[in-house]
Design a protein around this ligand. Structure first.
Ligand SMILES: [Zn+2]
Ligand SMILES: [Zn+2]
Ligand SMILES: [Zn+2]
Length: 297
């Protein structure tokens, strides 16, 4: 199945899952459209098993010396029964249902004592790295805390950087009630956006009406990106909820655009790929301004 390896040089964890290489690039029959046996045709939003999971609750023990069995869970959230629809065209009620169904399942997985962190993400279909174009997102329950989340937990040591940032008007892109979409002070990628509401540690604790505001804010962030760059941008949407044993955390969504055409957005990859330090060519305040203007169109 797979194994978890620690790189002794960097201290970073790598999941190795050779069986995932067998997954079809674009299956002829969509596994998430009726009458597929994988889905329940009565539910719009539902969780299904990942047929090619990177992690398993019964991992193969025959692993390479030095590796660890890849314990964990990887599941798919089918977001709609309609094949040709993408998140930005859905209404806020549907998007909040997607977040609610995902996070209900994520909380169940989080209660497993072997699990340290549960992640949620979705790629923009077709060219965002997804092998199936039917609207879906993914859940990963991991037996370790990934480096980005470890760094974020450390960021809460002396207060909450998100609560301090949300009222920074120059970088705010949109507001829905007390939910803000904003560009971080030091984004990791051009036009990265954070969507955050009240200070809660995980979205599985959020009330339904707050969830709908968060859904509206996510839609605004994606619409701003699409209006500004149309099909010339891909993005990953993810939720960062508190890992286990964090003394403080402020749950948020992140929209991480991926540009491949330097004629659309100038960016430098060499320094980041070789040192982990991003180098941006645009001021974050200008990114927020362009995204705000795009929403006025
Ligand atoms: Zn489909
Ligand atoms: Zn906060
Ligand atoms: Zn984050």
């Amino acid at each position: 199945m797979g194994e978890i390896r620690l790189d002794a040089l960097t201290g970073e964890v790598v999941i190795v899952s050779p069986t995932r290489a067998n997954r079809p690039v674009s299956p002829t029959l969509c596994p998430f459209c009726p009458p597929s046996q994988e889905i329940d045709p009565k539910k719009q939003v539902q969780i299904v098993q990942n047929k090619y999971p990177a992690l398993s609750k019964t991992p193969d023990e025959r692993i390479t010396k030095g590796g660890k069995p890849a314990y964990g869970v990887s599941e798919i959230v089918v977001e709609s029964l309609t094949h040709d629809i993408d998140l930005p065209s859905m209404d806020a009620k549907t998007v909040s249902e997607i977040i609610a169904v995902s996070h209900k399942r994520m909380f169940e997985l989080f209660c497993d004592p072997e699990i340290s962190y549960v992640h949620y993400f979705r790629n923009k279909p077709v060219s965002g790295g997804a092998t199936i174009t039917h609207p879906h997102s993914q859940i990963y329950a991991l037996p370790f805390v990934p480096p980005l989340l470890r760094s974020e937990v450390n960021g809460f040591a002396n207060g909450c950087p998100i609560c301090e940032s949300v009222n920074e008007s120059e970088r705010v892109v949109a507001k829905v009630g007390d939910v803000r979409v904003y560009v971080p002070f030091a984004p990791r990628t051009p036009y990265q956006m954070i969507v955050a509401g009240e200070h809660i540690e995980a979205f599985w604790h959020v009330k339904k009406n707050t969830l709908e505001k968060i859904a509206q804010a996510i839609l605004l962030s994606l619409n701003a990106l699409e209006r500004l760059f149309s099909s010339r941008v891909n993005y990953v949407l993810c939720a960062h909820n508190s890992p286990k044993n964090a003394h403080s955390f402020h749950a948020h969504f992140e929209v991480i655009p991926q540009f491949s055409d330097k004629a659309v957005v100038r960016f430098s990859m060499g320094l980041e790929k070789t040192t982990g330090t991003p180098l941006l060519d645009i001021l974050p305040e200008e990114m927020a301004f362009s995204l705000r203007e795009a929403l006025k169109l």
